[in-house]
Design a protein around this ligand. Sequence first.
Ligand code: ADP
Ligand code: MG
Length: 357
Amino acid sequence: MSSRPSSSGKSTLAEFRLIEDLRRRFGRTKHGVVRGIGDDTAIVHPSAGNDLLLTTDLVTEGVHFRLKTATLRDIGYKAAVANLSDIAAMGGSPEYILVAVAIPPRYTPRSIKQLYRGLMEACRPHGVQLIGGDTSSSAYGLFLSITVAGRVPRGRALTRAGARIGDLIYVTGTLGDSLAGLQLLDAVRGREKLSLRARSFLTSRHRRPTARIETGRILTRHGLATAAIDVSDGLSGDLSHICTQSEVGAELNAASLPLSSACRAFAAAQGASGLRLALQGGEDYELLFTVPASAQARVERLGRRADCLWTCIGVIRPQSFGLRVRDRDGILRRLPVTSYQHFQTGFKGAREVPCSP
Ligand code: ADP
Ligand code: MG
């Protein structure tokens, strides 16, 4: 990989070689793709009867990830999951990925391949095909911009805007694991009090989250959810997005919030609040969705057959109610809406000297 763009701004020979290598290793395409990597644009057949979903996300070294706590393979994996999770939150199926990278001089073609290996590890199980991207050098750290396209049956996409008073609030999986995992990677005190198993569960939940594609698809197939969002910034912040767009309030039940045993053990070892981790921890990439109370029995039945846990954690209230959480003593408290700020704890942001890949 060349560290400088040529004076014409065109790709250098090294860039061509890298792109060709990426195409051979990761860019083989099958169904739906007329032209993948190699032309001015990709060409795909639009799928009949569907709406097209498009999402993009930018991840930046020193802001969204640090090479101290994640490998390039993990970074690629997680960046793909962030986009796949957005498609899941709309109830869709991801189909195509485009990847733009700005690469600092110290990165080798091998390290970029590790990044793509991670990306494609996240994509392949869902049949998502790499069909293009862009490559640049970077003077200030690694930048990775991912675009994912997907499909959803026409008119069936789940939005943040449809929650109604009385709807039940559900969440998939467990909450707070990713933040606990990040704090472990940051070597907080008390980690030795946790079992190796709990530690590796939490750190892998941070490094290798799961996009809840299947749950999203079940919800659209059965027309069950009135609103949905993925938990990328933390439960309280993401629930507040549903409430704002649906013009409603919400009541959460603290005792119902799903915490893994590892996360509980972590909170106990830290003398921290598991509830706080669950409410404010970001990057869990679980799905938060609302369903009419009349559909509860069906939802519970479908949830038992899904590939992850579905838990009812609260109910939609009128907008004037605001956002509140009922604590274990039955007392209703105002829910502080704090979105998780990436790597705020102990992280010096741009002042940190980047590690070598
Ligand atoms: P252009 O000058 O039209 O942007 P490029 O030389 O940047 O062309 O790209 C050539 C082909 O390689 C295009 O199909 C593009 O989508 C693909 N491509 C370029 N960089 C990447 C990358 N980092 N990952 C995947 N595909 C890429
Ligand atoms: Mg280009």
